[in-house]
Every structure is written in structure tokens, then in C-alpha cells.
Design a protein around this ligand. Structure first.
Ligand code: S3P
Length: 452
């Protein structure tokens, strides 16, 4: 099961006429995972609209079902009946997370502190990603761990009879690690503290508070955040409307910027400040992105975006901005390929441990398509060609390797829309992990993009 064993589906994108339309993108992946997890854990009913129905999120739903949650679809809503906090059941089989790092790592926290055995498996991409970052704090809580070499999947966890609360300083900028510790803390008596030196996306904190957890966040003058959670509290089912995913909106957004004459409206995009780094950066580059009707929805900032094609100029992207746009660097590199001058992106070490080594995958794909770029250990610089002349596949064999990474596939398909020559990727099946409608939505606004 899962994309690793499914046949690859090559695809190709070519120079397109102006992109026009008024679109909605699928629900935010981070919030969708957390909605099913917290809904599956809370007492009573949770109703979710706008849930991302991608493979990653479905894997999380199946894991929650395997641990006792009842989940069903009723028209446009997903209805979840949770077990009650502290009442997850031992799964009878390994939990298969496919390609989904967030689902896997957060569930390791959620289930790891229980006095039963849970085994985690995934596809080739997920099985090569580091899990030690989550296993380290779990060990401190007393969780027993069997892991593959280098702390890779498959991993089996068995929580202690009496788990101990910990105070944990997150050593890297990772919302997944922060969230895993907090979710483990739900089943631990006493106070679990997470200290976050650099702020990352705060959906777990916000949603835990929304479900009724006793949680407090303090931010020191230097920006260090301390999150205090009292374990074993009651969580109660909620109604959630998941806003559109800014990390998915990024693809049609960059496409509209680089394809001349484009004018696109993207509705209902999550504008949480911990997620808007790409928009800030593109605006620094001269992008015409209008934020329409900014509003609040379910405790999150949301807005519609109007994007018109723009003459972009290279910028230096500050390293400190990385956590607020960590998933957007591949598509930013594509935008930079069409900008005047050089764009320098720094502080990218976390890019190396995503669904693929994104720094290497992006640099290789750009080079293959004629882009002048240089990469270092944790940085990338791109010198663009505003007219797209000479960009794209120079030969029939110039096919971008996507490495089971949805964002590599989508980024390079976007690149083909403004390049002189078409851009080819070796697989578009993997896109279904986060954005199943991607090809239809893009062709619907005029993009020349198709499976081979
Ligand atoms: C996510 C956190 C980020 C991000 C991922 C989703 C989350 O990962 O890249 O796509 O939902 O918590 P890290 O925590 O590894 O930075």
C-alpha cells in the first residue's frame, strides 16, 4: 500500500498562456492532521469541514481508527467520535503512515506514552527520515523504543506504566517535535513543558486550547516560547472549518507570478503569521500579491489572495524566516529562476530531512533545466532569467527526479509553465499525498500540464 509501491506517473508542463481564474485550494495539511488526531482523542463528537482528503491525512485517520476513534464522512463533513483523553486502544497491526512525516511523528507522541505497543511503518521516503528527534524526548518520559538503524522506521514504542512529565527544549526549529512532546504530555500526569527557542507553526497549541486542554504559552522578550501543558485533562469534541493550505496555495501563486499576463484569485488561504514567509519574501521580490478581506475563522487568520504576474528581482532571504516558509523553498527557488539577479536562501539545514533532501533535489532539478544556481551545506543561491529563455529540459532525457516528494513534483511542474522548453518530472502520483486536485486545478486556470 502507499505511493512507494504504486507505479510512477511521469508528467510534463510547458509554456502556458496567462493563468486566470478564481480558485479554492484544499484544506491545510497541518490543521487536517491535528483535527483528526485531537477529534479522535477528545470525548464526544468533532465535526470537520474543509479537511484535506490527501493520502497523508487519510493515513492519520486510519491510525486514529486503529486506536479506537470512529471516523466517517457525512456529505461535506467528517464526523469523528473520539475515545476520550487517556483512552486510546492498542492498535492490532502496525500503523502505516505512507509518506506522512507529520502524521507519523505526531502520532508517536500521541500514542507513545501509553502502556501498550505501537509500531510505525511508512514508505521508502518516510523510512529514510530521522525519527531520533521525536524518540529522544519520548525516552526521557520512560518510553521503551525499538528502532531501525539510525533511528529510522520501522519503530516500535511501548510507554511506561507511569510516564514522567518532562521539560524539553526543542533542539531544532520543528513544529513536529514540539507537537509530539505536547501530545505525549496529554497522557502524562503533571506539567509537560516545551521550550521553543525559535517559533514554529503553532497549530498544536491553538487547537489543544480549543479542545479544552489546560495549556499556557509565554513568550519571553527574546522570542523564546515556553508552552506549559497540564496532562490528563478532559478534551471535548469541537467544530472545525479547515482553511486552505498556504503551502499548497504557493504553487498556483508562484505560477501566476511567473506566467506573463496572469491574474488569479485564491480564496480562503490560512494566513497564520508562522506560515506566511513565502508571501513576505515574494513581496520583497516585487510580487503583486493583494490580500483581500482579511478575516478570522476558527481562531486563525484567513484571507483571499489576488496575484498578478510580476517582474521579480532577486533578494537575500533571511535565515530567521525559514520556519515560516520551510515547505515553500522549492517553489521559491522556481520563482527565483525567473527573477532578475540573484536570490540567496540561507538557514536551510532542515530542508535536507524533508520528504526528500530538498536542497539537493531542487539544485539538481534546476541545473537539469538550465538554471544557474549554487548550493552549500545549508544555503542555495539562484540567478534567474526573467524571460525564461534557455530554461526547461534541454533533452528528452532531462527528467527531474522527484524522490517521492510531492513538493518537488509540483514545484518543477510550475517551472515548466514559464520556461522556454517543457519541464518533465518522473512522477506526479506522489502529489496525491497533499494536493490530489493539483493537475485538474492547474489545467483549469490554463496551465499546460499533463501526465505523460
Ligand atoms: C509540520 C511541520 C514542519 C513542516 C511539515 C508540517 C507540521 O515540519 O515541514 O510539512 O504540521 O507540524 P518540521 O517540524 O520537521 O519542521
Amino acid at each position: 500500500m502507499g505511493p512507494a509501491t504504486e507505479p510512477r506517473r511521469p508528467a510534463r508542463a510547458s509554456k502556458s498562456p496567462a493563468l486566470k481564474g478564481d480558485i479554492r485550494i484544499p484544506g491545510d495539511k497541518s490543521i487536517s492532521h491535528r483535527s483528526l488526531m485531537l477529534g479522535g482523542l477528545a470525548a464526544g463528537e468533532t465535526r470537520i469541514t474543509g479537511l484535506l482528503e490527501g493520502e497523508d491525512v487519510i493515513a492519520t485517520g486510519k491510525a486514529m481508527q486503529a486506536m479506537g476513534a470512529a471516523i466517517r464522512k457525512d456529505a461535506d463533513s467528517w464526523i469523528v467520535n473520539g475515545t476520550g483523553n487517556g483512552c486510546l486502544l492498542a492498535p492490532e497491526a502496525p500503523l502505516d503512515f505512507g509518506n506522512a512525516g507529520t502524521g507519523c511523528r505526531l502520532t508517536m507522541g500521541l500514542a507513545g506514552s501509553y502502556d501498550f505497543e505501537t509500531t510505525f511503518i511508512g514508505d521508502a521516503s518516510l523510512s529514510s527520515r530521522p525519527m531520533g528527534r521525536v524518540l529522544d524526548p519520548l525516552r526521557l518520559m520512560g518510553v521503551q523504543i525499538r528502532a531501525g538503524s539510525g533511528e529510522r522506521l520501522p519503530v516500535t514504542l511501548h510507554g511506561p506504566r507511569t510516564p514522567a512529565p518532562i521539560s524539553y527544549r526543542v533542539p531544532m526549529a520543528s513544529a513536529q517535535v514540539k507537537s509530539a512532546v505536547l501530545l505525549a504530555g496529554l497522557n502524562i500526569p503533571g506539567i509537560t513543558m516545551v521550550i521553543e527557542p525559535v517559533m514554529t507553526r503553532d497549530h498544536t497549541e491553538k487547537m489543544l486550547a480549543g479542545f479544552g486542554a489546560a495549556l499556557e504559552v509565554e513568550t519571553a522578550p527574546d522570542g523564546v516560547r515556553s508552552i506549559r501543558l497540564e496532562g490528563r485533562g478532559r478534551l471535548t469534541g469541537q467544530t472545525i472549518d479547515v482553511p486552505g493550505d498556504p503551502s499548497s496555495a504557493a504553487f498556483p501563486l508562484v505560477a501566476a507570478l511567473i506566467v506573463p499576463g496572469s491574474d488569479l484569485i485564491i480564496r480562503n488561504v490560512l494566513m497564520n503569521p508562522a506560515r506566511t514567509g513565502l508571501i513576505l519574501t515574494l513581496r520583497d521580490m516585487g510580487a503583486d500579491i493583494e490580500v483581500l478581506d482579511p478575516r478570522q475563522s476558527g481562531g486563525e487568520d484567513v484571507a483571499d489572495l489576488r496575484v498578478r504576474s510580476s517582474e521579480l528581482s532577486g533578494v537575500r532571504v533571511p535565515a530567521g524566516r525559514a520556519p515560516s516558509m520551510i515547505d515553500e523553498y522549492p517553489v521559491l527557488a522556481v520563482a527565483a529562476s525567473f527573477a532578475k539577479g540573484e536570490t540567496v536562501m540561507q538557514g536551510l539545514s532542515e530542508l535536507r530531512v524533508k520528504e526528500s533532501d530538498r536542497l539537493a533535489a531542487v539544485a539538481r532539478g534546476l541545473e537539469l533545466n538550465g538554471v544557474d544556481c549554487t548550493k552549500g551545506e545549508d544555503w542555495l543561491s539562484v540567478r534567474g532569467r526573467p524571460d525564461g529563455k534557455g530554461l526547461g529540459a534541454v533533452s528528452k532525457d532531462a527528467i527531474v527526479a522527484t524522490w517521492l516528494d510531492h513538493r518537488i513534483a509540483m514545484s518543477f511542474l510550475v517551472m515548466g509553465l514559464a520556461s522556454e522548453n517543457p519541464v518533465q518530472v518522473d512522477d506526479c502520483a506522489i502529489i496525491a499525498t497533499s494536493f490530489p486536485q493539483f493537475m485538474d486545478l492547474m489545467t483549469g486556470i490554463g496551465a499546460e500540464m499533463a501526465e505523460q
